[in-house]
Design a protein around this ligand. Structure first.
Ligand SMILES: [Zn+2]
Length: 228
């Protein structure tokens, strides 16, 4: 009899543990996609890497401003120093700043000191503009040492879910299609406000933004997305 009771107790504990695990797992998925059950609003974040630069940053800010949208700019420290006026325009627009290292180094090939220097020198150039401490490693290169140092310096690592490939001089229609055919709640879109040569990001944004707004999306910054 005692044995049966023990078996029953064990069964109950197992069921409860399973239910708890499923619930915790579901919570984690919800937060990672940025989905908010209460609001029922689809949210999406535009991000721009590799600037600031006088050629494209002001144009992109102008489009964002026309629609009253805030995006996140992952800036390169040396570009902030060289094109401070363009950087100031991002700050003045109220858009969010993230750290994209000082010299756009591939951190997977850097030693611990170089990883730290790349992050901290960019932070110095930004001069407090990255209050949310967001780090996007160039090319998404992020080995365990990069993760360790980012965590030690209290940076959140930020990647993307939709890559427009605009840096490769991708055509306007292709950029538009990539975003509009894939956009869903919680997506982070990767674009660039500096590329060498031609960029079709601005023309694409003039189609992408109104279309996503008409589909009921709300544009948010990365930190807003992460905090739900
Ligand atoms: Zn980059």
């Amino acid at each position: 009899m005692i044995c049966r009771k023990r078996i029953f107790l064990f069964f109950c504990l197992t069921v409860l543990t399973f239910a708890f695990c499923v619930s915790s797992y579901a919570d984690n998925i919800v937060s990672s996609t940025g989905f908010d059950n209460d609001k029922k609003t689809k949210r999406i974040a535009l991000t721009f890497d590799d600037g600031p630069h006088p050629r494209f940053t002001p144009q992109i800010l102008e489009v964002l401003g026309e629609y009253g949208i805030k995006a996140t700019f992952f800036v390169i420290g040396v570009n902030v120093q060289n094109y401070y006026e363009s950087y100031q325009k991002i700050i003045d627009s109220g858009c969010e700043i993230g750290n994209h290292t000082y010299s756009h180094a591939n951190l997977n090939f850097a030693d611990s000191k170089a990883i730290r220097d790349e992050i901290l020198l960019c932070a110095d150039a930004i001069a407090g503009g990255d209050s949310d401490r967001l780090l996007r490693p160039p090319q998404g290169a992020c080995n365990t040492e990069v993760k360790r140092i980012a965590s030690e310096l209290q940076y959140d690592l930020v990647f993307w879910t939709i890559d427009t490939m605009d840096w490769a001089h991708t055509g306007t229609k292709e950029i538009i299609d990539t975003v509009l055919l894939n956009a869903s709640d919680g997506d982070i879109i990767l674009m660039h406000d500096y590329v060498s040569g031609k960029s079709h990001a601005c023309e694409a944004l003039r189609v992408i933004i109104p279309e996503l707004l008409s589909r009921g999306f709300e544009f948010v910054t990365v930190s807003e997305m992460m905090s739900k």
